[in-house]
Design a protein around this ligand. Sequence first.
Ligand code: AR6
Length: 171
Amino acid sequence: MPSPSLLLRALHADITTLDCDAIVNAANSSLLGGGGVDGAIHRAAGPALREACRALNGCRTGEAKLTPGFRLPARYVIHTVGPIWRGGRQDEATLLAACYRNSLELARQHDLRTLAFPCISTGVYGFPAHLATPIALRTVREHGAGFDEITFCCFSTADLRLYEAALAGTK
Ligand code: AR6
């Protein structure tokens, strides 16, 4: 069970502006950058992030890898690769939960206490946001012991509403 002090919050923000121990990147398996939140993180962190990512030799779906944050306010970036939505029968839910769980595990190994997650897989990868939100929240509640604050960083007001409802227990 999470520690009683764990604070979960939903925020409407650009994740690249958040000053926390680590922000999570919704990357692709090459880890060499892309669009969406991945592109924004690489632009804000600067070219050194791409070099650090190149040395990691990619990342499998559901797994997570760590780099410094370089020019970002966040000290570290945890890169995870969400599943591409293929209708829901290809283990997408399990793989999405693994992204959150493995990101938390990696953060814990590095003594990181404050984290921010984007809405992994719900952009280009097409995972329906109303299905992804409860998976994200449940996994973080189950595996968030020991963290001080975990932020669900929403880029749209629609996502913010989903998280606020889920956090309030009404969805
Ligand atoms: N801050 C926070 N959230 C953001 C930001 C931002 N600056 N920009 C976008 N989002 P996506 P995916 C939200 O497509 O679905 C990339 O090309 C966005 O509104 O970034 O996991 C990778 O390289 C959505 O809610 O990631 C992969 O190829 C969420 O971030 C692929 O896209 C995720 O959308 C990964 O697709």
